[in-house]
Write a protein that binds this ligand. Structure first.
Ligand code: SF4
Length: 404
């Protein structure tokens, strides 16, 4: 099925719509948000705002607010006001937090509560809303019978599973799907179909439970398209890197070739450096057709990331996205320019062309004193291979490489 371009911007936002389609580069989404155990202070909000701003400066295309603090909405309002990139949220988190604040259990929310939270986010200007609509009652039964190491890795999925288990009712995000689509269409909000059952362990991999969820996502994509709601599909998760291309192809086939927003990671033992594991897997996913890669930090599975972890992660994912774009488009122009600049050791030109030139420049200044004035770096010093081959050995100037 031909891939159609989608354009992301809530009707209310005065931002340039973010286009995602066959001719656009791989996009990067960065997760931030206030944690559950915090008593939110103004400083906490400032730190999350700093993370978001640093992420955008480093090249993030979308900021996802995954806050689960008691002060729901505070950060979201600031993000919508101060950033000019699309903001993505998961309204179900707010529904659950509000329910807990009323002294009830997490699953004691009503269908009306769910719909009202989605409406509130859409009216405020949120550009992308994630809904874990594809985890149906039937699928939950399959998960219970399965022997997955990690049955449900997703937070939103866990909340919905809790609701269905305790209330013995169908997932409200599935049952009320058509009414929710009306709200999204009215406010020109992009639907991001969440994946509750993407594998959470490489040992589980691309299994039949996840495949069944993709099939439900496919059904929901068709319904969303009928109502002209731009749609993205989330998924992939922890799986061997060799399986990622197959998984992406299957999602594309079943979900009508809508944009894919994967969260892949291809080993579980890189903990502490999961931004590396995730970026490698994301490069593979994007090479085979994923459109938006979701950056994770080295703190993934360990704790709350710091500003510097977000910055480091976005840089890693910028590289992953660029590697995938080279593979997809065979466009080597900027890499070629960089190689030419490097062969001549034109440092300023290299900083200009680099994906993170500011970082590269600072690093080199630490490693080599006033390097911009030099025709080599501290690695090989005057025995610089590039300099020798160019015939700039200080005693003679050769234009002919054969003279070496
Ligand atoms: S000194 Fe060595 S590492 Fe540095 S630019 Fe020359 S060849 Fe490259």
């Amino acid at each position: 099925l031909e891939k159609k371009e989608i354009s992301i911007a809530n009707r209310k936002r005065k931002i340039a719509p973010l286009k995602i389609g066959p001719d656009t580069p791989t996009r990067i989404v960065v997760n931030i948000g206030l944690g559950a155990n915090q008593k939110t202070t103004l400083k906490d909000i400032e730190i999350e705002m700093e993370k978001a701003k640093v992420a955008v400066k480093k090249g993030a295309d979308i900021i996802a607010d995954l806050s689960i603090s008691k002060d729901v909405g505070l950060l979201r309002k600031r993000l919508l006001k101060e950033l000019d990139v699309p903001i993505s949220t998961v309204p179900l988190y707010d529904t659950c937090i509000e329910t807990l604040k009323k002294g009830k259990k997490i699953f004691d929310f009503s269908r009306k509560d769910v719909i009202e939270t989605i409406r509130e986010h859409a009216e405020e200007g949120v550009d992308i809303i994630t809904l874990h609509s594809a985890l149906t009652k039937e699928l939950l039964q399959l998960v219970k019978k399965d022997e997955r190491v990690i049955p449900i890795p997703s937070r939103g999925g866990a909340f919905i599973a809790c609701f269905m288990n305790r209330r013995h009712e169908e997932n409200p995000l599935y049952e009320e799907f058509d009414d929710i689509l009306e709200i999204l269409r009215e406010h020109r909000v992009t639907l991001s179909l969440g994946s509750a059952l993407r594998p959470g362990s490489v040992a589980d991999g691309f299994d039949s439970v996840y495949l069944r969820e993709i099939m439900v996502q496919g059904e929901l994509v068709r319904r969303a398209r009928k109502k002209n709601v731009p749609t993205i599909v989330e998924g992939v998760g922890h799986m061997s890197i060799g399986v990622i291309p197959i998984c992406i192809q299957i999602i594309k086939q079943i979900c009508q070739n809508v944009p894919i927003r994967p969260m892949p990671i291809s080993t579980d033992v890189g903990i502490g450096n999961d931004h590396v594991s995730g970026a490698i897997a994301s490069a593979m996913a994007a090479t085979y057709g994923a459109d938006i890669i979701c950056s994770i930090t080295r703190c993934e599975h360990l704790g709350f990331p710091r500003v510097e972890d977000i910055a480091e992660s976005v840089s890693a994912y910028k590289i992953a996205a660029h590697i995938a774009d080279i593979a997809k488009n065979n466009d080597l122009a900027i890499d070629r320019q960089m190689s030419i600049a490097r062969s001549k050791r034109k440092w300023r030109e290299m900083w200009r062309l680099a994906l993170d030139g500011e970082f590269a420049c600072k690093l080199q200044k630490k490693l080599s004193n006033s390097v911009e004035e030099k025709s080599y770096c501290s690695m090989c010093g005057p025995l610089c291979a590039l300099k020798l081959v160019a015939g700039e050995n200080g005693t003679r100037r050769s234009k002919n490489r054969d003279d070496l």
